[in-house]
Design a protein around this ligand. Sequence first.
Ligand SMILES: Cc1cc2nc3c(=O)[nH]c(=O)nc-3n(C[C@H](O)[C@H](O)[C@H](O)COP(=O)(O)OP(=O)(O)OC[C@H]3O[C@@H](n4cnc5c(N)ncnc54)[C@H](O)[C@@H]3O)c2cc1C
Length: 343
Amino acid sequence: MASNDIYDLTIIGAGPAGLFAAYYAGFRGLRTKLIDSQPDLGGQVTALYPDKYIYDVAGFPKILGKDLVTNLVEQAMQYHPAVQLNESVQTLDRLPDGTIRLGTDLGEHPTKVVVITAGIGAFTPKTFKRPELDQWIGKGLYFAVRRKEDFRGKRLLVIGGGDSALDWALGLVDYATEITLIHRRDAFRAHEDSVKKLLASPIKVKVFYELRAIRGDSQVREAVIFQNKAQTEEVLKVDAVLAFLGLVSNLGPIREWGLQIQDDSIVVNTKMETNIPGIYAAGDVAAYPGKLKLIATGFGEAATAINNAVTFINPSASAFPGHSSSIMEHKEKAAEKAAAKAG
Ligand SMILES: Cc1cc2nc3c(=O)[nH]c(=O)nc-3n(C[C@H](O)[C@H](O)[C@H](O)COP(=O)(O)OP(=O)(O)OC[C@H]3O[C@@H](n4cnc5c(N)ncnc54)[C@H](O)[C@@H]3O)c2cc1C
């Protein structure tokens, strides 16, 4: 559906970077819209690890993914941005008056500036791509964990040697009755600290093992694993198989918008400007030398992108927002005065 309602700023992607960008845009007085193709706010954190603890967000020694998202949403929603979920941005073009028009699968969104916080693009966990294994999806085979409670009292087989596999195996120790983790090599790609924790945990770790078959009825009952050195098979009694094989991600339509793309990211300068005026990028999707794809860095980039976008909309505005502590105090006092005058 076409729209003539031009927003100051539209944010594509409501992960941690997009949510913090929405907060900052509201704080800077911009009329803001947030669009995400997922059904829920929170990006990768909500979709892939809501029940996992995050330890490296400034100010939180440890916080559950879903709690971080709740806080980010509360912070962003103070300024009531428009939120469009289940809507994927497909096209971007510029109208003769300079307005940018975003086209989604559901309609059009005109805006003065755009901040792209699309993360790794549309993402889905990799499956086995082997029908004899993938047929167990929904019957005890999982490629992501949404709720730890689903695994309480169960015997689990965890597959993988990366951060997701180790984090989840460790995160489910207090829920499952027994966990076996198999990995096809003896070298793990996960954080060193997680590997140390894994080896010190009650989890049975079997290296050089692969999944050969899953057996059961309406539910997973057994997993056949295969030692790829000795070429021997073993049968494990399990209630669930959790395979962490990585993510398939795709920037998709964003590649077609004329932005400078490097690998799967958008090249930005130190102001988070892309090569197209009025279009900024932040978070996992933004690329520059020395880039680290972390929540912490995404927050800083979002603040930089928004504050510079303010000067694009209003060239006489300052990029520096001032200190939120003093600005909010001033705003609260002004509101109190206005209320006293009215009353
Ligand atoms: C298992 C796991 C554990 C992790 N642990 C940590 C950790 O401990 N610490 C840490 O700092 N980082 C961690 N990360 C990485 C962290 O989650 C990412 O760095 C962070 O989510 C990036 O945030 P973002 O907002 O840039 O993008 P994302 O979280 O990827 O959000 C981007 C959003 O954009 C949406 N989108 C994409 N394209 C479109 C489009 N065309 N139209 C509409 N919407 C679109 C997507 O649907 C998505 O919701 C972990 C990642 C994983 C997978």
